[in-house]
Design a protein around this ligand. Structure first.
Ligand code: NAD
Length: 442
């Protein structure tokens, strides 16, 4: 295993900085420290933990701009969205702490006292696409429940995660919140270590490996995995509004969002009008790197992800889809705004998670047909329907954890169906996952 991990700016290939990689021995040391620190952390009152975590998040306020720039530089997020994510982390941390405490206080019903006790050491393993949000959503409730946390951030975004943890630690007891840098090998060593729970957000393939490795001693799991979200546009839909959403949701974060719209099915009676509107909106999206603040689509996170998106575009075009906007062979590091019609089952663009700025669509003629096609996926994270009263009838038949009618999917708790995982980000159900529910009769 290499001893250091470089962070590379996908816009210009520059090495921005590096961190020390955590090997198996260092993981054992971190776990030992985490176990020790957890004992006194769990003895503090829940209100004391809330107070300390809120103090810790206050420390982030003066470094919001630095966090935002690091997000842009490490994974290519355009400057506006990176600023929004950094601000969101600063504001949501203190709120999440209070919200978790509300869900985790003991309760009494009849002669049952229900306690939410700490589990011990929780590993939070996160992806690169929302490097602050995906870590915070899980580490805050885990801490408030009285656990100690080891964050294993993505190897694509080590610097922003490092700054987050160092800054929070200015107000937290030593050993309660630690970080283990490295790629999947570090993650695997952490999963196999003597910890109590793994809160994972990332791809389905990694989720499968983690589940297998956690099986030996039945570690608790949260699995927030990938998606292949459909959007259904009914004939009754407000076409300009639906087209605006289709483009925004397909291009958000350069398409690298778990609930971005991956495939769109439009009623054939309005399809010409809808496609025309989508192209007119999509061609105004500006592409560029972080020094330019007037950008809508940044570079993709790395060459591997870029290659995958290009492969999906080319596979669709070779199998008969039509390119309405974009480039058949986009050059690194960007994928320009791309609009493709006539996608079909059997194309990677339809069957798999593409994770790139591509609007991919086809037409349908009957409601039965579109429901079958929207549900014909191993994933079930989000789904969206645009229409009038008939939209609810369709939404009721879609297989997804989060469904939006005339708006995006997602809320609290954040939840996936089918192989998009199990467990939650947020909400009382989400916060309580980090605790051992214990019933005492007295
Ligand atoms: P990934 O699965 O490649 O990596 C996620 C994390 O797992 C990284 O920190 C990585 O180093 C670590 N990892 C890799 N192999 C491991 C192993 N064997 N054991 C333990 N840890 C290991 O995912 P990614 O490319 O970083 O993120 C993109 C994926 O995340 C997409 O599929 C996206 O849909 C999904 N995602 C889902 C949600 C959600 O809420 N459902 C949110 C964000 C992203």
């Amino acid at each position: 295993m290499q001893k250091t991990l470089n962070s590379i700016d996908p816009f210009n290939g520059e090495v921005i900085g590096n961190v020390d990689v955590c090997d198996e021995d260092s993981i054992q040391t971190l776990v030992k420290q985490a176990k020790q620190a957890q004992l006194s952390w769990a003895k503090q009152s829940i209100q004391q933990r809330v107070h300390l975590v809120q103090q810790a998040y206050k420390n982030l306020q003066p470094i919001q701009a630095t966090l935002a720039k690091l997000i842009s530089r490490e994974m290519g997020k355009d400057a506006r969205r990176a600023t929004y994510e950094a601000g969101g982390a600063i504001h949501s941390g203190p709120w999440l702490a209070e919200d978790s405490a509300d869900a985790l206080r003991s309760q009494r019903t009849g002669n049952n006292e229900i306690q939410y006790r700490a589990l011990g050491v929780v590993a939070v393993i996160s992806p690169w696409n929302y490097p602050l949000a995906m870590a915070n959503n899980l580490l805050v409730p885990a801490l408030i429940a009285g656990n100690s946390v080891i964050l294993k951030p993505s190897e694509e975004t080590p610097l922003v995660a490092d700054l987050l943890i160092k800054t929070l630690n200015q107000s937290l007891p030593t050993g309660v919140l630690q970080i283990a840098h490295g790629d999947g090998r570090t993650g695997e060593a952490l999963v196999k270590a003597n910890i109590n729970m793994i809160a994972f957000t990332g791809s389905r393939a990694t989720g499968q490996t983690i589940m297998a490795n956690a099986a030996a001693n039945l570690k608790r799991l949260i699995m927030e995995l990938g998606g292949n979200d459909p959007m259904v546009v009914l004939a009754s839909a407000d076409i300009p509004r639906a087209a605006q959403f289709a483009v925004a949701s397909s291009f958000e974060n350069a398409g690298q969002m778990c609930t971005s719209t991956e495939r769109i099915y439009v009623d054939e009676r309005i399809a010409d009008q809808f496609e025309h509107a989508v192209v007119a909106i999509a061609k105004n999206y500006r592409v560029g790197g972080w020094p330019d603040t007037d950008v809508d689509i940044g570079p993709l996170v790395n060459a591997r992800q870029h290659k995958k998106v290009v492969r999906h575009i080319q596979d669709a075009l070779e199998k008969g889809a039509t390119l309405l906007l974009g480039d058949k062979s986009p050059k690194l590091p960007f994928i320009p705004p791309t609009v493709i019609s006539k996608i079909k089952p059997g194309m990677q663009l339809e069957d798999e998670e593409t994770f790139g700025p591509v609007v991919a669509m086809d037409r349908f003629s009957t409601i039965e047909e579109v429901i079958h096609r929207a549900n014909d996926s191993i994933y079930g994270l989000g789904a969206v329907v645009f229409g009038k009263d008939d939209a609810l009838l369709v939404a009721n038949q879609l297989q997804a954890g989060m469904i939006g009618i005339n708006q995006g999917a997602g809320g609290t708790p954040w939840v996936g169906a089918k192989q998009s995982g199990f467990g939650f980000h947020g909400g009382a159900e989400g916060h309580r996952q980090f605790a051992q529910l214990t019933v005492i009769n007295h």
